[in-house]
Design a protein around this ligand. Structure first.
Ligand code: IPM
Ligand code: MN
Length: 364
């Protein structure tokens, strides 16, 4: 049995988490695995009830589960709160408290979506990039930090151990993919980046089968839209990874398609990369694919259910192939569907593929 803490959060978070749970329940049945769900508050919806975006009780529930599944946090309602009470603060606290130092954000092209990106088909075709973003260090957490009337300041700092472990994650992932790692930094200007580069080179000595190159972050931003196919695994610091992963979202055509996994040595959290989208919240319009695809990452990285993950990915691709689209990814000629309809289509497709595969095994 796997214990999953659900943190739907704010805005469309609730809707896409519902979709993810529907899919998980089906997978549990088909693959004879029991998932136990425990829903808790986070973000603005926690602030409204508890006066804080993340309570110690909820954190305790997360420590007590196998994985955490999060929807989204934030919204205009809570924008003017002090820094430490904002919904976003809950997410940062959770990442830090659970030690989720490795953030995996894959950006690959679904063939039926090729013409939906702002980038040209021929630039995109065959792109499959895994962004590995350091998530618990760097300028997001460095001390000192603050501002007064005269100045504002943050500190970008990385310890040897922090760089070593994220570099190892990147090399290990590359080993299961196309064996290429690009480390992104700003070593022409920042000492912290010179240090980062030095440590990555050191760690690389243990991975002679992996090709390593280095790129400055400004150039990397350009290269992602110029020729994304050149990348396999891209490893970078917290802030650079935040920015580059949004750019990379355009590879898939919409932020509504991008899943993520945040992994530490003990805990794991899965969440769609998109935000809470308050403008469409509660309207059954949100794209559930990023959340459902995050389920697929969870099956693969936390539960070693690779087959289930693969069937789910194929189901998503097949639904897109058939032309079903939520609003964020629709063009005139498409078959426009709601969040629930898209979820049900993916479930239907999953059932079909599953039945076919079962039959294959049976007849072999
Ligand atoms: C992300 C988000 C967060 C970040 C915010 C909401 C704190 O942009 O997950 O990419 O900056 O890490
Ligand atoms: Mn971001």
């Amino acid at each position: 049995m796997f214990k999953i803490t659900l943190l739907p959060g704010d805005g469309i978070g609730t809707e896409v988490v519902n979709s993810a749970v529907k899919v998980l329940k089906l997978i549990g049945e088909r693959f004879n695995t029991e998932f136990e769900f425990n829903t808790q508050l986070i973000g603005g919806s926690s602030y409204d009830v508890n006066g804080t975006p993340l309570t110690d009780e909820v954190l305790g529930e997360c420590y007590n589960s196998d994985v955490v599944f999060l929807g989204a946090v934030g919204g205009p309602k809570w924008e003017d709160l002090p820094h430490n009470l904002k919904p976003e603060a809950a997410l940062l606290k959770l990442r830090k408290a659970l030690g989720l130092y490795a953030n995996l954000r894959p950006a690959k092209v679904y063939t039926p979506m090729l013409s939906y990106s702002s980038l040209k088909d021929e630039v995109l075709k065959g792109t499959d990039v895994m962004i590995v973003r350091e998530l618990t260090g760097g300028i997001y957490f460095g001390q000192p930090r603050g501002y007064d009337e005269e100045k504002g300041f943050n500190t970008m700092i990385y310890s040897k151990e922090e760089v070593e472990r994220i570099a190892r994650t990147a090399f290990e992932l590359a080993r299961l993919r196309n064996k290429k790692v690009t480390s992104v930094d700003k070593a022409n200007v920042l000492e912290v980046s010179q240090f980062w580069r030095k440590v990555v080179i050191e760690v690389h000595k243990n991975y002679p089968d992996i090709q390593l190159n280095h790129m400055y972050v400004d150039n990397a931003a350009m290269q992602i839209v110029r020729d994304p196919k050149q990348f396999d695994v891209l490893v970078t610091s917290n802030l650079f990874g935040d920015i580059l992963s949004d750019i990379a979202a355009m590879i898939t055509g919409s932020l509504g398609m991008l899943p993520s996994a945040s992994l530490g040595s003990k805990y794991a959290l899965y969440e769609p990369v998109h935000g809470s989208a308050p403008d469409i919240a509660g309207k059954n319009m949100a794209n559930p694919i990023a959340a459902i695809s995050s389920v697929s990452m969870m099956l693969k990285y936390s539960f070693q259910m690779d087959k289930a993950a693969e069937v789910l990915e194929t189901a998503i691709e097949s639904v897109l192939e058939k032309g079903y689209r939520t609003k964020d990814i629709s063009k005139d000629e498409d078959n426009l569907v709601s969040t629930d309809e898209m979820t049900n289509k993916i479930i239907e497709e999953f059932e079909k593929i599953f039945a076919k595969e079962a039959l294959n095994v049976f007849t072999l």
